[in-house]
Design a protein around this ligand. Structure first.
Ligand SMILES: Nc1ncnc2c1ncn2[C@@H]1O[C@H](COP(=O)(O)OP(=O)(O)OP(=O)(O)O)[C@@H](O)[C@H]1O
Ligand SMILES: [Mg+2]
Length: 450
């Protein structure tokens, strides 16, 4: 029996967390930006431009092209790119990296770029699988002494009787199924299915008839009808990177994709196999490609090699939507002496649709702070909101947004659920914004030089 493990999908939750309030671009049916919607405030032209891009992507007309967001810090470049991914629909992969990450790892930068590109392309796979499905009528687990530790007993074999409205079947299965039954807490009255090939067990919920006397949680489901052993259509979304890792784990057929995972270096060969597999599945109707979004922040930090790699990647059949962001004007292309707009080579710039973002006014900053406060469940009194808005205007929006959490802790320390202006000032004293930290370092430097 195959050893079962779940496919791990890499999630980039941390980076996205200060943008958790963003659920879309906030556009109306004509593609016009509503003033405040989907967590988005202002920045109307950029949002409308982004809306057009979403349409182009959906119509398959973005092939070979990328996007460049240009604007000062804290003007919502990252926020916009997340909104684009959200508009592309649920399950759209989104990967965000900072260009400098390419130069801070042991991996070759082209390898890392390949990985992030492949993390940003999804494949929705629908497969007919042979399964045993039904309500658990009886379970018997046979245990045996562990080979490793004789004082320890391990599950060896499982006998399960599954029942549907019309059928009943007793199955005998090996160790991995027995182990899953224990680990997943499968008991009488659960509706489950077991993949006939991999042995993976999925619990669907409690059978309706079994829940009469039960209190509390858990999903209640209908007792299945028809035969216990049957074909079932299963759908799952993986990124190309998930598939690479799974294929690298074992030279396997598509069947094992549902069950294996390990972390290993990925060879070109594996990737070619995965590409072929994916293309075959798409052609046979088993798979559907879901191009996601790869967001590269501080794109001016990429060097000439990385740029030419990306230019090539844009042309490839399996390419995500690549969004670059920068807050630089004309600057040297890293790795060369050539100056170029945003430090990006002209041949790549030629393929990019450029969206500028502009600084927010006071009202917009106030609204964004209000949305953030609501999102993280903190309450601001009116003076606190005004002070934070002022800080946002004078320093940066991002700094103001980041002061919310520490201010909340300070308020709680004073037994208050509402943040007051004094909490904000206190938090503001503890942490330096960029202007103050630079001033501090300068003062310190001049002291050292004396
Ligand atoms: N138009 C907007 N509506 C709502 N929230 C926004 C908007 N623009 C930015 N924000 C929020 O403000 C904060 C700062 O914005 P963001 O990080 O997107 O700016 P940025 O342009 O990417 O900055 P940097 O150049 O520093 O990377 C984030 O919490 C973001 O979600
Ligand atoms: Mg950013």
């Amino acid at each position: 029996m195959v050893e079962i493990r779940e496919i791990k999908k890499i999630q980039e939750t941390e980076k996205a967390s200060i943008h958790s309030h963003i659920t879309g671009l906030g556009l109306d049916e004509h593609g016009k930006a509503k003033l405040i919607a989907d967590g988005m405030v202002g920045q109307t032209e950029a949002r409308e431009a982004a809306g057009l891009i979403v349409q182009l992507v959906k119509q398959g007309k973005m092939a070979g092209k990328g996007i460049l967001l240009v604007g000062p810090p804290g003007t919502g470049k990252t926020a916009l790119s997340i909104a684009i991914a959200k508009e592309l629909g649920e399950g759209t992969p989104f990967t965000a990296i900072n260009a400098t990450e390419l130069y801070s790892t042991e991996l070759k930068k082209t390898e890392l770029l390949t990985q992030v590109i492949r993390k940003s392309i999804g494949v929705r796979i629908t497969q007919k699988r042979l399964v045993y499905e039904g309500v658990v009528k009886e379970i018997r687990i046979k245990v045996a002494r562990s080979k490793i530790n004789p004082y320890y007993q391990v599950p060896r074999e499982a006998e399960i009787t599954l029942k549907t409205k019309d059928d009943e079947l007793k199955i005998t299965a090996g160790e991995s199924v027995a182990e899953q039954i224990q680990r997943k807490g499968i008991r009488k009255g659960d509706v489950i299915w077991i993949d006939a090939q991999t042995g993976e067990i999925v619990k669907e919920g409690r059978a309706k008839e079994e829940t009469n006397y039960e209190i509390g949680g858990g999903k209640v489901v209908e007792t299945p009808s028809g035969p216990v052993k049957k074909e079932k259509e299963l759908t799952s979304t993986f990124t190309l990177n998930d598939l690479d890792l799974n294929l690298a784990a074992q030279s396997i057929s598509i069947n094992a994709i549902f069950s294996l995972w390990t972390e290993r270096e990925i060879s070109d060969d594996i990737r070619k196999q995965v590409d072929k597999l994916v293309k075959d599945m798409i052609n046979s109707g088993e798979g559907e490609l879901i191009p996601g979004v790869l967001f590269i922040d501080d794109a001016h930090m990429l060097d000439i090699e990385a740029f030419s790699f990306l230019t090539k990647a844009l042309e490839s059949e399996l390419s995500p939507i690549i969004i670059l962001a920068t807050n630089r004007g004309v600057t040297k292309i890293r790795g060369t002496d050539i100056e170029s707009p945003h430090g990006i080579p002209l041949d790549l710039l030629d393929r990019l649709l450029i969206i500028p973002t502009r600084p927010y006014n006071e009202n917009e900053i106030r609204e964004i702070i209000k949305i953030r406060a609501e999102e993280i469940n903190v309450e601001l009194d009116p003076q606190a909101l005004e002070l934070l808005t002022k800080i946002g205007v004078e320093n940066s929006l991002r700094y103001a947004v980041q002061l919310l959490e520490p201010s909340n802790i300070l308020a709680l320390r004073n037994n208050r659920n509402v943040i007051k202006a004094e909490d904000i000032s206190e938090a503001n004293k503890y942490f330096a914004d960029i202007k103050r930290s630079i001033k501090y370092v300068k003062e310190y430097e001049s002291l050292m030089l004396k």
